[in-house]
Design a protein around this ligand. Structure first.
Ligand code: MN
Length: 249
């Protein structure tokens, strides 16, 4: 069984495209937020009850975050451990620093924390989105992952550039995370009562990065696949600090 989730919500077109692509590999169950929850990162709903409503066979809408969805799916809804968790296809990039804010990536993170191989898939576009090419690549990568597995604590973060005609980009690259440069991120305006208000994420970011990064790959028209490790320990620093004599108490 394959679990499919996302952060754009259960009615998003990218979710359906991903579900249909996975259906050629195994039985698929969709457990996704009942509305858009983009950029909620890895948050959990702890202070109110959650409901999972089966809106049609194999499709469950949850009034929570992507992380809630994966947790509920694995521990309650599915009735068995999925062989794979796939999240997406997100409407928009999850490149470089985006992975820290992304609900799409966090659904895959939750799968990884539950020791299930997990993949996050995003389509890099701005206004028009055609998901078929990204869905086809996701299917190929999912088949490979089911076969080869993934190292512990590791997920794959995939970004597919939107081509003009919706064709599959011919190249893909295994990449490392870049640093995303945003322009003026905060838009400031004045409300009808004369008070300032702010809107995050106003400006478009430029797709440029050092060679070998996810940003550079996508800017060059290639699909990017970044293996992401969830152990955030800095081992070099750990070693250095461990050998230091800290004066305490
Ligand atoms: Mn999203």
């Amino acid at each position: 069984m394959i679990l499919v989730s996302n952060d754009d919500g259960i009615h998003s077109e990218g979710l359906r495209a991903l579900r249909d692509a996975m259906a050629s590999l195994d039985e698929v169950v969709v457990v996704a937020p009942d509305r858009e929850r983009s950029a909620v990162s890895h948050s959990l709903t702890l202070h109110r009850p959650l409901r999972a409503e089966e809106i049609r066979p194999g499709w469950y809408a949850v009034d929570g975050t992507p992380t809630d969805c994966v947790l509920l799916a694995v521990h309650r809804v599915l009735g068995e451990r999925p062989r794979l968790v796939v999240s997406g296809i997100n409407r928009g990039a999850n490149l470089g620093d985006d992975v820290h804010y992304s609900g799409t990536v966090s659904a895959a993170k939750e799968g990884t924390l539950l020791d299930i191989p997990s993949i996050a898939v995003s389509l890099v576009g701005r206004r028009t989105f055609r998901f078929d090419a990204a869905a086809r690549f996701a299917e190929r990568l999912a088949a490979f992952t089911l076969d080869a597995g993934l190292p512990p604590n590791t997920l794959l973060n995939v970004n597919v550039p939107q081509t003009e005609d919706g064709a599959v980009p011919r190249r893909f690259q295994i990449t490392r995370l870049g640093r995303r440069r945003y322009g003026d991120v905060i838009v400031e305006k004045t409300d009808p009562r004369g008070r300032a208000y702010y809107w995050l994420g106003g400006a478009e970011s430029e797709l440029r990065g050092e060679p070998g990064t996810d940003l550079a790959a996508v800017a060059g028209g290639s699909i990017s696949v970044t293996p992401i490790h969830l152990d955030l320990t800095n081992y070099e620093c750990w070693e250095r600090l461990s050998s230091m004599e800290l004066p305490w108490p």
